[in-house]
Design a protein around this ligand. Structure first.
Ligand SMILES: [Zn+2]
Length: 826
């Protein structure tokens, strides 16, 4: 990187939605500290007409060259220049259909196909829309103006300062200058947007295509709450005068935190009381809170390199749950965090093929299927551990100090630790570098030696390999005594092994009390596990601990330390279980075992699942109750489908009765629509598939459409599944193609044909959005590769030679395949 830096970008854009093209004129002011003859900018897929130096009233032409491979534009000055240097660049580009850069989003209005032009730049796609220094540390100010069809509406990061109609029917819209910010956070869009708004100190709005903005009310109300919380907690006001949440029909990710103009998939922003489930509502709130947290973590203080991306995503993940929990404590979000974030992270990070949270050597690190569970899920979980270690107060004060010190600038991991260390007076740097800087996580093995526990740590991986890594582990233990009493004791495990005195009278002990630590526990002492089983059955242990014990045990099964039979036997202690967290986790573990094992063992798993879930459904009711807990509703939708899958006639009959209502266009409660449709499809005929096709085509709700795309992956008829596959490749919009594919890769009837299908349609898959293609590989390979491991391995060995970018996801998928093969044959 040379010393030349950007100061200000003035971007003039003329989008043409009929031709899917845009013309651009960029006026870029550079800071050139030492005399220079040239400058390099990033560009991709733009055609440059001319470059010039701006002087007093005239423009001096500059020679230039473009290197598409390096994504680079080199501009040669006519002579040496220094100081503040104003450049001007004229160019054109395509409003593409790749959901990256400046792209078109398709929707249907009054039966007609329509488009909006919008942007998605993280992490390196701003260069597809304007020449720039496309790196987060190269902050500058931006002024956007758009010359466009007079009937359209423009949105950008800041408020409009001028809107002027022109004689030719077009109009010019100019936006306020932004604060200093990074290129990946710039947004501009032009389309038929409609708004609802809440004019407070900061004007907040929801934008959507015509007819849908009213569905943004739920989000807008929650946004106002979340904004109040964030400003208070971070101690810094939101700095812009407006904040828009924008629903985009075609969107590759969940949402994107562009400063002042946050974009969302429609299902995460628009709410329909008849279609949106409680799970859907929670997800909307968590994502809004996540993106709002980014307005501070990421937008105000930005990672100085992509390798510190966790400074954005871990905090946004953590606060995504924290903010919602503050307003809706009855939703039990921190319990859901354990399964949705921590459990996923523990599973991902138990592979050899993993990364440190601070990803090493990343000049061009991408958020991909391989890194996301580490940066988001593990990072968020480790922050929860740190908050527990320094205390809530010190944690908040440390973050305030960090944000205040680095606002409008960039920061690295160390800057954060130092702030936390300064306010907490605890050795945070040592602990954080330990957890953020190395890959993987520990397993703590516990053995009883009289009145003591011997704790030993080693790295936990499913496939064995020696490692001498160590962690600083805050270990908490709940000790149970014969008189029914229990007490918590804690230690900091800072060596390979340590002794903890628990006294002679202890009858049992539960390590990782409250499950705030990010590690697995292995109990050497079988009697202790038995006693813990009794504590589970009598529910003297908390739901969180009941979850942790069985999930650690299942992880030992995957590691090959414990037999799956022993795990199934242990589930006996959960016969009367009534809490959602352990039940939902058991459901996921059983489902995986059901798919991986074959023959009579599969039938045994089905029988365990059927008995357990029928009992739970009898207790909570098949129909959603009026006043029930959120977690109950969410659990029901999960286990209704699974109970039917495992042969429960009661669950199947209930769902089919409900499904017949859907077929007649009658109401079904949104909290069971997904499972009802899944069962409906799994028992369905060609006629049922036709019904789904019609319904998907005309549905106004993306939430409902996504449920239906899940359902069509559940058909059991082979001929229908062939139609589903063709439909996915030919007709499902790109943003959603990965959904039915993921479901089919868990469908026992579909699985045997999927690998060949993938091979036969390789070119079609390669046209998927890169992140979606990775998801497809990650869901297909570990299961559909079973029984043909060698063939799959050989294929990827060759394929990697031309698809190098896929190597992370391929390696992790092949490792999972190895683990699954072992589980199948153990
Ligand atoms: Zn994020």
């Amino acid at each position: 990187m040379s010393d030349i830096r950007p100061i200000h970008y003035k971007i003039h854009l003329e989008p043409d939605l009929a031709k899917f093209q845009f013309a651009g004129k960029l006026e870029l002011v550079l800071a050139v500290p030492a005399p220079a003859l040239e400058v390099s900018l990033n560009i991709l897929d733009l055609a440059i007409w001319k470059c010039g130096l701006m002087g007093q009233g005239h423009e001096e032409a500059c020679a230039f060259s473009v290197d598409p491979r390096k994504e680079e534009l080199r501009i040669f000055f006519p002579r040496q220049v220094s100081g503040e240097v104003p450049l001007v660049i004229d160019y054109v580009g395509e409003i593409n259909n790749r959901m990256a850069g400046f792209y078109r989003s398709r929707y249907v209005r009054d039966g007609k196909e329509r488009f909006a032009a919008v942007t998605q730049f993280e992490e390196s796609d701003a260069r597809r829309a304007f020449p720039c220094f496309d790196h987060p540390a190269m902050k500058a100010t931006f002024e956007v103006e758009m010359l466009m069809d007079g009937g359209l509406t423009a949105i950008s990061n800041t408020a409009v300062v001028e809107e002027r109609p022109l004689e030719d029917g077009r109009k010019l819209v100019r936006f306020e200058r932004t604060p200093r910010m990074s290129t990946y956070l710039v947004f501009f869009g032009a389309g038929e947007f409609e708004f609802i708004q809440d004019p407070g100190e900061v004007l907040i709005r929801v934008a959507a295509v015509p007819g849908k903005a009213q569905q943004g009310k739920y989000s807008l109300e929650f946004l106002r709450k979340a904004l109040t919380f964030c400003e208070e907690y971070y101690g810094i006001k939101y700095p812009l005068s407006k904040l828009d949440l924008i629903a985009i029909a075609d969107f590759a990710f969940g949402a994107m935190e562009n400063w002042g103009a946050i974009t969302f998939r429609e299902n995460l922003l628009l709410h329909d009381p008849e279609k949106t489930s409680k799970a859907g509502e929670e997800r909307m709130c968590v994502v809004i809170a996540h993106e709002l947290a980014h307005q501070w973590f990421g937008n105000l203080v930005t990672p100085e390199d992509w390798k510190y991306l966790w400074l954005n995503e871990s905090f946004a993940t953590f606060f995504g749950y924290g903010v919602v929990d503050h307003y809706y404590p009855e939703w039990d979000l921190w319990e859901q965090f354990l399964q949705g974030q921590t459990e996923v992270a523990l599973d991902r990070d138990a592979l050899h093929e993993t990364f440190a949270i601070e990803i090493p050597g990343g000049d061009h690190v991408v958020i991909n299927a391989s890194t996301a569970p580490i940066i988001y899920n593990k990072g968020g979980s480790v922050l929860r551990q740190v908050e527990g270690y320094v205390g809530k107060e010190a944690f908040r004060e440390g973050l305030r100090l960090y944000l205040r010190t680095y606002q409008y600038r960039c920061a690295s991991s160390r800057d954060l630790w130092e702030a936390l260390e300064e306010v907490s007076a605890k050795p945070v740097s040592k602990m954080m570098s330990n957890w953020i800087g190395q890959p993987g996580f520990p397993m703590v093995t516990v053995a009883r030696e009289g009145g003591n526990l011997r704790l030993t740590q080693e790295r936990f991986t499913y496939l064995n390999a020696p490692s001498d890594q160590e962690w600083l582990i805050p270990v908490s233990v709940r000790v149970f005594y014969g008189d029914g009493q229990s007490k918590e004791t804690a230690t900091l495990l800072d060596a390979k092994s340590a002794i903890l005195d628990i006294g002679a009278g202890a009858v049992a002990y539960k390590v990782n009390d409250g499950q705030s630590g990010f590690y697995r526990v292995r109990y050497r002492d079988k009697d202790n596990l038995k006693e813990l089983g009794r504590q589970i059955a009598s529910r003297s242990l908390s739901a969180v601990d009941r979850w942790g014990i069985q999930d650690d045990l299942y992880a030992m099964v995957k590691r090959g330390d414990v037999k799956i039979e022993d795990y199934l036997d242990f589930l006996f202690h959960y016969s009367e279980e009534d809490a959602s967290l352990p039940l939902s986790s058991i459901a996921a573990n059983l489902h995986q075992t059901f798919i991986l094992r074959e023959g009579s063992f599969r039938q045994r798993v089905a029988s365990v699942g059927r008995t357990l879930f029928e009992r739970v459904l009898e207790t909570i009711g098949y129909e959603p109750g009026r006043q029930e807990k959120h977690t109950t509703s969410i659990l029901r939708d999960q286990i209704l489908w699974q109970a039917a899958l495992y042969g429960s006639t009661k669950a199947e009959e209930f769902c089919m009765t409900q499904f017949s209502l859907l077929l007649k266009d009658q109401k079904v409660h949104p909290d069971i629509q997904k499972s009802v449709m899944q069962v409906g499809a799994s028992c369905g005929s060609q006629g049922t598939f036709e019904w789904f096709l019609g319904k998907i085509k005309f549905s106004e709700s993306e939430h409902e459409r996504m449920n239906m795309l899940v359902a069509i992956g559940c058909f059991k008829d082979r001929e229908i599944l062939e139609r589903v596959k063709r439909y996915v490749l030919e007709e499902v919009p790109d943003r959603n193609k990965f959904i039915p594919i993921g479901v089919m890769s868990e469908n026992l009837i579909a699985i045997p044909s999927l690998w060949d299908w993938y091979q036969d349609n390789l070119m079609a898959f390669e046209r998927f959005h890169p992140v979606h293609y990775e998801r497809v590989i990650a869901s297909l390979v570990p299961i559909c590769g079973l029984g043909r491991e060698e063939e799959v391995g050989n294929f990827f060995q060759e394929y990697m030679k031309k698809q190098e970018k896929l190597k992370d996801v391929v390696k992790l998928s092949l490792e999972r395949l190895g683990i699954h093969s072992r589980m199948r044959h153990s």
